[in-house]
Ligand binder design. Sequence first.
Ligand code: MSP
Length: 512
Amino acid sequence: MKSKYYITTPIYYPSAKPHMGHAYSSIIADFFARFKKISGNDVYFLTGTDEHGQKIERAAKQNNKEPLTFCDEISQNFKNLSKTLNLSNNDFIRTTEPRHKKAVQHLWNILEKKGEIYLSKYSGWYSVSDEAFYTEDEIEEVDNIKKSKASGSLVEWVEEESYFFKLSNWQDKLLEFYEKNKEFILPISRRNEVISFVKSGLKDLSVSRKSFKWGITVPTNENHIIYVWLDALTNYISALNYPDTSHNLYKNFWPANLHVIGKDILRFHAVYWPAFLLAADIKPPLRVYGHGWILAGDEKMSKSKGNILDPLEIIDKYGLDPLRYYLIKEVSFGNDGNISKEKLENCINSDLANNFGNFIQRVVSFNEKNIGLKIPEKGNFNNKDLKILSVFEKEYNNLVNFIDTQNLNLYINFIVDNLFAANKYFNDEEPWNKKNDLKRLNTIVYVALELIRKFALLLYPITPDTSLKVLKIFNMNENDINLATIKNHELNKINSKINKIGILFKKIDKND
Ligand code: MSP
């Protein structure tokens, strides 16, 4: 039986066009989903849009649209983006769907029945842009304007009747939960931040609002709208058919293995979400990974800062796989990173065109001229052949372990180092000088082709389309992808005829 693996992206606010930060969260999650799939797991991958709350209500108003009409349009942009990014998601949830509303109200009823929710009055600061409540200590005044220190977004004073969730009751239980589940929050630096936040004391959390209408109503009091984060977080189970806990999706895939999120929404996922679930007697997810930000210069890329790089424009100009490769390789996973056209062009030229693409072209055209597009007989491997091939067998388990702890950096380093070694192998072995020793020439080409097959499999979670093109050399398609086969030398088994393929990555001429 295959292990089940449930992975999610954050659900995006459709308040504006998607930008590179959103594309980043999705591409990262897709990497893990695809990796898990090809290493033998039964994967369920969810993405979607977070459509309620004041932020969306105001955005709709600014556009002179009814909230739902507005959401229908912009949610579609995100749906289209998930296609453009070649996400392998199984579902796309919208929080305006009836299935979601049903789940949220059910969860609310459980919490209220268990005495975890009570009615009182909220007076304090609220940021509509973050949909978050802030304490006095968490805000600052800049040019007479009160802002959140963490996000820089504007806060407003709110005073109204509100339901509260007894978050303060969960402080010790959460700390115990983090202690027992040491890898619940990754990377470790973020875990420490969360633990010190919880240790500093949790206050009860306002979970309903009265001053606007756009959202899911409290089932027991229709004057109140459920706090958009309680609503949004529930998407991770509503998409599995919660509250029908006997449904196969829920039974098989909850608790989630991994929520991929940005570090700005860690508190909601690592504190509020497990507290809501524990309070409702539902298992919390197994892991929350808070990745870094995509910066423009030194600043977070965001709509409010007006420094957005449009993923569609980049993909149009450079193609999708180069962008996916760049974001996974050049942004050190867990940290903030930069993207600029210049850096992307350098990466395409050096890694994709020179190191990867060129290697394939050289090997295949050498094969065509000297062997006639066939998989050659492998002779006896010498030490150099064995050395370069055996790394994959030796490291396979490590690679799987890297990904189990989201150590994306070690995974990509492994590929880059070995691609470099593969190029060096082909240069050093000089098959073009072995025309008098056809056995050796054949063996070198065999090894090089094996390496190409292994790289195509390893790169599939990063650059899926490119990998599929490369695998066409060996007449392989998506269904044939099994990562564990990088441990073996399989080419003779697969097919004896090979195919030429076109140029994978064009070098970018900086003078163009
Ligand atoms: N709707 C909430 C999430 C609810 S999840 C139950 C939300 N939406 S968002 O559209 O504002 O952001 C979604 C994701 O995009 C977050 O993970 C956020 O961190 C990520 N990014 C937004 N800007 C970003 C960068 N500049 N860089 C990297 N990711 C950032 O928050």
